[in-house]
Design a protein around this ligand. Structure first.
Ligand SMILES: [Zn+2]
Length: 320
């Protein structure tokens, strides 16, 4: 079977992503404060083993270890000049993690249906006047990162953990300007705030959805956040309703419906000895994700605190 492009794949039904990279690295005793993206250069085996564990657990796609690999975030570690090296390496490690364990024809057929998503996180600063960033500088940062991920061989991009509309606008435009038609997913970090859901910068679900869709994102949704599992289910319903309302107002058909993405954390973190600890079990997480999928959310995965066991529990329920 020839590999379906990622754009085709997300129209076919479930696309199971991976779980956390960051909290897995911390669990593997990576020094706090260290640039985890630099592990792509320094310790590629650590990164590769995490990808492989998720692929074995049933992930259809893995996210590159490049969350903070834009020049603005890397500059905080004195690594702004390493953008290309780190992102190309990140994409190659993910690609090789898919290819390397393939020994039989059956493995190969399975490997054909796995994908690499180039991961792009926020800059960690704000645009002027709130912060120090000039729009052109921010755009350059995302263009350079996306070009390097593309050179490393990704199948698509996920712009994630975004909280500001102006930043995600620039990120989507930047990535789309160089992505060669590959799909671009846009994901916001929502918290429950005063009976509603908003990002840290005050963006509500309706604004997030309409902005991402007007910019041509292939999927829109949420990841990370500080909600409980029940609240994430409610948030997913809000995304579904917001997209339905938008389609109604535009008179677009059901077939053109954008794909929704959900990668919640493993519940609300508890602070223990100054560390965020996530206690939701794989079974409880998978049960919530089954509900979210049944609402019509087709791209599913986990953020902070989720492990290969969480992904495996989802695969058992949803991939029969
Ligand atoms: Zn997270």
């Amino acid at each position: 079977m020839a590999k379906a492009s990622l754009k085709e794949k997300i129209k076919q039904g479930l696309l199971l992503l991976d779980g956390a990279m960051g909290t897995q690295l911390i669990a593997g005793n990576i020094e706090a404060g260290k640039c985890s993206d630099y592990l792509n250069i320094e310790s590629p085996d650590i990164v590769s083993n995490i990808h492989k564990a998720y692929l074995q657990a049933g992930s259809d796609a893995v996210l590159t270890n490049t969350f903070g690999a834009n020049k603005i975030a890397l500059a905080r570690h004195g690594l702004a000049e390493q953008v290309e090296k780190i992102n190309i390496a990140g994409a190659k490690i993910a690609r090789q993690s898919i290819l390397r364990p393939l020994r039989t024809a059956k493995d190969e057929a399975a490997g054909e249906q796995k994908y690499v998503l180039g991961d792009i996180g926020p800059s960690g600063d704000f645009l002027k006047p709130l912060g120090n960033l000039e729009p052109q500088n921010l755009k350059d940062a995302f263009v350079r990162q996306a070009e390097a991920l593309l050179a490393g061989g990704v199948d698509g991009f996920i712009i994630e953990t975004m909280t500001a509309l102006d930043e995600i606008t620039i990120a989507i435009e930047a990535v789309k300007s160089v992505c060669g038609g590959l799909p671009v997913f846009a994901s916001f970090a929502f918290d429950r705030a005063g009976g509603d859901y908003r990002t840290m910068m005050g963006v509500d679900v309706e604004s997030a959805v309409s902005k991402a869709l007007s910019l041509g994102a292939d999927a829109v949704g949420f990841n990370c956040g500080t909600a409980t599992l029940d609240e994430y289910v409610e948030l997913a319903q809000k995304f579904v309703s917001a997209i339905e309302a938008l389609e109604k107002s535009r008179g677009t058909s059901h077939e053109s419906r954008v794909t929704i993405l959900a990668e919640p954390n493993a519940g609300k973190p508890e602070l223990i000895d100054g560390k965020a600890v996530y206690k939701v079990s794989p079974e409880d997480f998978a049960s919530a994700m089954e509900k979210i999928h049944s609402l019509g959310v087709n791209i599913i995965g986990g953020c902070c605190g989720t492990t290969p066991a969480h992904i495996e529990a989802i695969a058992k329920r949803l991939k029969k």
